[in-house]
Design a protein around this ligand. Structure first.
Ligand code: PAF
Length: 300
């Protein structure tokens, strides 16, 4: 069945009202609502978020909104692919119940919005450094979507690792009663992480793109299997950067962080990663596409 599309906030709220638990209706099984926020141009990675959401709840709402406040000057807001009809057809195959596809005016009566949701220190690194203000834009739109849908569960992809960490922080700091689920990265057969922006790749670039995942896997393997000194670690980082650049990428960042996106503790001779899982994160341009990927390294 095709999901029902709502373009405005009040009609979506009205449609969801019957599913909310009601004091007077205790006999009925409590139905729960999940939100899968997206910017549309859906691929299998998004569909997997819906499949995961359905394991938790009865009703899945997918928002499709290309959010202007998270795009910087000169970024691809105008050219970002808008494919609502095709998206709805795909969502029907995975059983999404509602699509929320608001206009910019419906979401932002005043633009830029005078009220801010600031992501704080966690945003002053990685993607936040090359895209200033990006995560504040994500923060306000996700807060608004949470208030509009009032979901019990929200599902986000782990490909956007920093975004997921910021949303968990937002849920904690603003006391949302929402279970945020991080969904594993969905990859093409050759390892490339699925992303709407992969379609900016030329055929030749598409052949090269899986190098990113391969390099992260190799790096992770070496971090686990090598006795690390700071010097060995630095050399691994330099070598990995060089190989990625040699393949044709322009690296925005390649960094190793703790799972919580803190700095990895090290001094001049030792490299202490014994007690904490770490994550390798990369953002790199290949032609017009800025590709993101990450690899969690479980230390035991
Ligand atoms: O990850 C995305 O697609 C967007 O950043 C999100 C979470 C839908 C907010 O616009």
């Amino acid at each position: 069945m095709s999901p029902i599309i709502h373009y405005d906030i009040s009609s979506l709220r009205e449609a969801l009202q019957p599913y909310r638990s009601q004091q007077s209706d205790r006999q009925e099984r409590q139905q729960r609502i999940a939100l899968v926020p997206t910017m549309g141009n859906l691929h299998d990675g998004h569909l997997e978020l819906v499949r995961i959401a359905k394991q938790y709840v009865d009703v899945v709402v997918v928002s499709i909104f290309v959010n202007p406040t998270q795009f910087g000057v000169g970024e691809d807001f105008d050219s970002y692919p808008r494919t609502l009809d095709a998206d709805v057809t795909k969502l029907a195959t995975v059983g999404a119940d509602y699509v929320f596809a608001p206009s910019i005016d419906a979401m932002y009566p005043v633009l830029p919005p005078p009220t801010a949701v600031l992501a704080g220190n966690i945003a002053n690194q990685l993607c936040g450094q090359s895209r200033p203000g990006h995560f504040d834009g994500v923060g306000i739109v996700v807060s608004k979507l949470f208030n509009i849908v009032q979901p019990d569960v929200a599902v986000f992809g782990q490909k956007d690792y920093q975004q997921l960490a910021i949303i968990k922080q937002l849920v904690r700091d603003l006391s949302y009663s929402i279970n945020v689920i991080g969904a594993p990265i969905v990859r093409a057969d050759d390892g490339l992480a699925l992303s709407s922006r992969n379609q900016y790749l030329s055929a030749d670039e598409r052949q090269v793109a899986p190098v990113l995942h391969r390099e992260l896997q190799e790096f992770a393997q070496k971090l686990k299997s090598t006795v690390l000194s700071q010097q060995v670690f630095d050399q691994l980082l330099v070598d990995t950067r060089r190989r990625i650049s040699d393949a044709g990428f322009i690296i925005d960042y390649l960094e190793v962080k703790t799972e919580e996106l803190g700095s990895v503790v090290s001094d001049s001779t030792t490299f202490n990663i014994e007690n904490e899982n770490i994550v390798i994160l990369v953002a790199a341009w290949l032609g017009r596409a800025r590709l993101l990927d990450n690899q969690l390294v479980v230390i035991n």
